[in-house]
Design a binder for this molecule. Sequence first.
Ligand SMILES: Cc1ncc(COP(=O)(O)O)c(C=O)c1O
Length: 357
Amino acid sequence: MAKFPEQLIRDDIRALSAYHVPESTGLLKLDAMENPHALPALLQAEIAQLVSRAAINRYPDPQASRLKARLREAMEIPLDMEIMLGNGSDELIQMIASAVAKPGASLLSVEPAFAMFRIIAACAGLRYESVQLNRDFTLDVEAVIAAINQYQPAVIFIAYPNNPTGNLFDREGLSRIIKAAPGLAVVDEAYHAFTDESFMPRLTDYPNLLVMRTLSKLGMAGLRLGFLAGRTEWITQLEKLRLPYNINVLTQTVAEKILQRMDVLLEQAREITSQRAKLFAELSALPGVQAYRSDANFILFRVSRADEVFKGLIQRGILIKNLNRSHPLLEDCLRVTVGTAQQNQQFILALTETLIP
Ligand SMILES: Cc1ncc(COP(=O)(O)O)c(C=O)c1O
């Protein structure tokens, strides 16, 4: 007799809610930290040519060797470090979590942080432990070290810069945490393109460090490509969890091509960074708005009555992220992705109308 989900599905999975992606049809999408810029027309045409000839009847190169070579160059991955690819960095988090999920093992992060750390820990059957950030979103290094001593986490995930707060944590504090960790320490540099700081050159300094990045925020969110850089002894083990063809033919073909034009991507990232400064100034000038400095491609800000403001923006055709009630430190907080100059103007205008009707 067929079983019911209640009989078959693990209790902890049934207790979870799926990651919610809101409907965005017809809205200006400033909720998901996507790059708002298109590629130059010539590059688009070259990609179209490559895609039309791509061998989609064949399985992809399971090692994606050419793509990895391009990434190594474009992302300045140290020559003595290995690379592992994921179908988005989400998938890499999942593989790392599954790899260390011995009975009773835990994943430690800070809060508020990227929600997938917690969700993936739960799916992998890991205990999830977290340490609250300070009120100004800085890292409480002593509290993290105390939690490390208490929980002995198998893995620690820290986003640098952090999502959803946008700030970079203190470098020396983070180094102390990596050193104190009894297990793996993953520095998630999803927003690396918008800051000069990175732990990539410091991989050699820490035997337990992995640096994770994604191409999503650089303009390739639709391709789903993330990568992990770290020592061979770690990557060799983690590779066993990777499904053989996780990076499809089209992603390999297109990402390889676009990575040859890092100049275009970096110019777009520079434009986003300069728009971020303008947007921050404009947000800060609005009455009743407290904006937080960001090293990423989004800005967290606090208003009074965030739910109403969020709805008011949707009515004016703009979708951002409502973080109210997602964490006590984020009461009445909203997060906006930096768009083009024109999109940011549209957002500021709509926000002004919502705040001062
Ligand atoms: C800190 C952080 N890590 C990872 C990701 C996931 O990126 P990807 O698109 O590569 O799965 C995000 C996406 O928002 C993020 O904010």
